[in-house]
Design a protein. Structure first.
Lengths: 339, 339
DNA sequence: ATGAAAGCGCTAACAC
DNA sequence: GTGTTAGCGCTTTCAT
């Protein structure tokens, strides 16, 4: 590569354009364009000429120009709150596999669970005129909602069905997941139930699970006995610390519900370290169905969530025409050995 | 939103362009453009008019057009092999935080550890005329290398320094990480050492670690006594299964080196389940320094890798002018309780 | 401080 | 089957 004498920046040897290819192939630009996009008709002879010229010159089409000239782009915007929580890489993975197969590129933005940030990222993504936008969750600022509604493209809201969507909604009910968790613990006979969570003000879906959990307990005339909230993103360390604090204050709990599996694994590790018998002395219940919990000596009781499938389905729908839809992919409680 | 009667596709109410804003504000397009990009000069009165008009009309600039008209885009392409392995979300996270602050958007592509796929994804990303491209690893097909060299933009190759880079290289030596791991086990007196890995033909960096590991053993007149390779992506389950197979064949190993922490945690769980004393009866050594390993009852011995920092540094360099560089961010062996 | 005009590189009618 | 002609929506000289 050539570097500029003054600033050392890589210096491009003037980019090859379609005009160059057309000239080299001795055809018009439109013909070259047709061949390169295999669209419209052309003789096999011109085909060879154009393809040959493009290869010889190392032509890379400029999709920026292409997109501007045609109408729709082949970009899909994806807005997620975090990359730390494995949930969202899983979502991305599902979405990406479908999008790639359909010839789309994904442009990713991470909000860090901040709605104001989400708003500005949505605006920024929209300025790339994507063919569609996928976003985690149903809660957005007024202005974000207005932008999404007015964008004139398909919008998919993912991972949650508790609320009103804009166009496409793919997920499952977090509130119901919380209820099911509570009913499970009640059915197994646990009565002194604690909760260990991460900062829930920002993770709205965790908040909904907790809400459902409380509601189901209340229906049985029960309530959460004690809780520890770690003001940090969810992690194994946070879960371990949270449970430790909780047990110090309320040593005679018989079960603990965690905001997710990362947290629950931390709790599990604490119990191992302290030789607290699971589930006899203390039961643990997580959420997400992570691999790591399933291969522990005692598989973690948890709720499996269809994260990859949500990404796939969302991507499929966002690329296609159709009426607004809600797709509930459900979840599944897996009773392991910790309850 | 309006839906088309026939196909149900969301129907845009003609998109607002700069022309509309200019007309509404009763100024020329160029003036409107200057105000909106706060670039060049304009009276505060026009400023108000333009900003007001833009807000009133709900104008969202079209960056596709903007990019084409100016030169450089504000996109950075990122090519990673996987989203399953937490390493790459971490890398993305680091990169994203820097890019976002600098006003860039990232376009992500996932190769699934497939070089042919990488080649076509690089081509596809390049067609968006990004300002720079970040890619994991130093090994690419001939054609991919040629495209990267010829793109005339900054290229950052990440996570590995064992080899020749194109422009910017940020990472550390995987080979050396393997060597250090072997020396650690030797120094602790282990002599019958096994290896549990995932399909290494595709994960080139894992292959380099193994190579370094073998080399350092050889220098001490030793060799890997037995190994189990799981032909699947690395995971806790794969590690557990791998160790189980390995111990069945070679029950008297005294230490096992794993291709990464996910695998090692799986091995750790097997030992807990089988009541195999760690490290007296069997020592375990991982790689990556994942949170989950550090909060286990016996913290996992491992090598901490600066994944987020690699993403940050790579992003910083890829956005800036400068000469080609190699930045070695190093790694750190953390002796936990499992060796 | 503001406007007019010329593209950026490509696609998409519409002629031929 | 192929070429000509207009733009896509914006930025950027260059006048004024």
């Amino acid at each position: 590569m050539n570097y500029d004498e003054r600033d050392g920046r890589p210096r491009p040897a003037r980019t090859i354009t379609l005009t160059d290819v057309a000239r080299e192939a001795e055809v018009s630009e439109s013909t070259a364009s047709r061949v390169l996009r295999r669209h419209g008709s052309f003789s096999s002879r011109t085909r060879e000429r154009v393809l040959g010229a493009a290869a010889r010159l190392g032509y890379v089409p400029n999709r920026i120009a292409g997109t501007l000239a045609s109408t729709g782009s082949k970009l899909i915007g994806i807005v997620i709150p975090s990359l730390t929580n494995i949930v969202f890489p899983d979502l991305l993975r599902g979405a990406n596999s479908v999008l790639e197969a359909a010839g789309f590129q994904s442009v990713v933005a991470v909000t860090d669970y901040d709605q104001a940030r989400e708003e500005s990222l949505i605006e920024s993504l929209l300025s790339w005129r994507p063919a569609g936008l996928m976003v985690a969750g149903l809660e957005h600022t007024e202005r974000a909602q207005a932008m999404l509604r007015g964008a004139g493209i398909r919008i998919a809201e993912l991972m949650d069905t508790d609320g009103q969507g804009i166009d496409i909604v793919v997920g499952y009910s977090n509130r119901e997941a919380g209820r099911v968790s509570a009913r499970h613990l009640i059915a197994r006979g646990y009565r002194r139930i604690g909760y260990v969570g991460h900062g829930v003000g920002r993770d709205l879906r965790a908040a909904k699970r907790l809400e459902g959990f409380r509601a189901a307990l209340a229906e049985a005339g029960m309530a959460i006995v004690a809780e520890a909230i770690v003001t940090a993103p969810s992690s194994v360390g946070a879960g371990r610390d949270g449970l430790e604090r909780l047990l110090r204050r309320s040593p005679n709990l018989d079960a603990v519900y965690f905001s997710n599996d990362d947290m629950a694994i931390g709790g599990y590790f604490l119990c191992l370290a302290r030789a607290i018998a699971i589930p006899e002395r203390l039961a643990l219940l997580g959420y997400n169905g992570l691999d790591v919990g399933q291969y522990a000596p005692q598989p973690l009781s948890t709720i499996r969530t269809p994260r990859v499938a949500v990404g796939e389905t969302g991507a499929r729908l966002v690329c296609a025409a159709g009426r607004p839809t809600v797709v509930d992919l459900g979840f599944e409680l897996t009773a392991g050995a910790t309850t």
